[in-house]
Structures are given as C-alpha cells and as structure tokens.
Design a protein around this ligand. Structure first.
Ligand code: DQA
Length: 143
C-alpha cells in the first residue's frame, strides 16, 4: 500500500523558514524518515509539496486512485480551505493531519482547522517528528 504525504504552502522552505518555530530539518529529511518507517511496515510513501491550493486538491484526487492513506500538513490552507476539506471528504482511507508547531498555542486564527472536520487523527507540536508518529499510526491502522 501507498501513503501520500501532502504538504501545503511554504513548507518547501522547511528548515530555513522560521526555524525557531519549525526547526532545522528539511522536507527531504521528513521524506527519508517517513520512507524508513514505511519500509519497516510494508508501506510505500510519496511525499509531495505545493504552494498552490488546486495542486493539493488534484493530489488528493490522485490519492483516491493510488493511496491507502493520506498524511497531510495543509499549512496555511488548514485555516482557509473548504476546497481541501471537500477533496479529503472524497477520500475513503485514513487521513492524518499534521502540524509541526503547536497551533493551539499560537495566534487565534490558527486554532480552527477545516481539515480537522475530516481528519481521523491530528498531530500538533511534535515538530517534524509528528510526521514519523503519523506514519507509525498509519501502519497501525492499515496493518
Ligand atoms: C503549520 C501551522 C500553520 O498554521 C502554518 O500556516 C503553517 C505550518 C505547522 O506545520 O505547524 O504553514 O501547518
């Protein structure tokens, strides 16, 4: 089975963007860590990032055909995008929402997530380790 790990706007800069909030590890480091967990659990992983809302929607549609589960850090789209929520509502497998930072400790506009209306589990504040923990839970759900 394949797991899609989708990442929204500005996460291409992970490791260089506000490292005091998001840390120094890059999205490539995240991809490698998730692939390693996947290999242990018999899951393939495909990590993707886009700054474009419509691209995230298209990738969720692709996941309908090719993925058993979705791990998604929608980044700022978390707080704005009914389109991403609606796309996730067309996906039948498990969905895990990941936030690197503890969004509930931050500005009030980060406290509401459209995606949480669909997510089966939510990670926040575990740093990039949240992706690894999400992968382990995905392995548990699909195992
Ligand atoms: C984020 C939190 C969001 O509020 C923010 O817009 C991001 C990253 C996180 O991983 O902590 O871009 O999703």
């Amino acid at each position: 089975p394949m797991i899609h790990i989708l990442n929204g706007p500005n996460l291409n800069l992970l490791g260089r963007r506000q490292p005091e909030i998001y840390g120094r590890e890059t999205l490539d480091d995240v991809a490698a860590a998730c692939a390693a967990i996947g290999a242990e659990a018999g899951l393939e992983t495909r990590l993707l990032q886009s700054n474009w809302e419509g691209q995230i929607v298209d990738w969720i549609h692709e996941a309908r055909e090719s993925a058993a589960g979705i791990i998604i850090n929608p980044a700022a789209l978390t707080h704005t995008s009914v389109a991403v929520l609606d796309a996730l509502n067309t996906f039948e497998g498990p969905v895990i929402e990941v936030h690197i930072s503890q969004v509930h400790k931050r500005e009030a506009f980060r406290h509401h997530s459209y995606v949480s209306h669909r997510a089966d589990a939510v990670m926040a504040g575990f740093g990039v380790h949240g992706y690894v923990l999400a992968m382990r839970h995905m392995a548990h759900l699909l195992g």
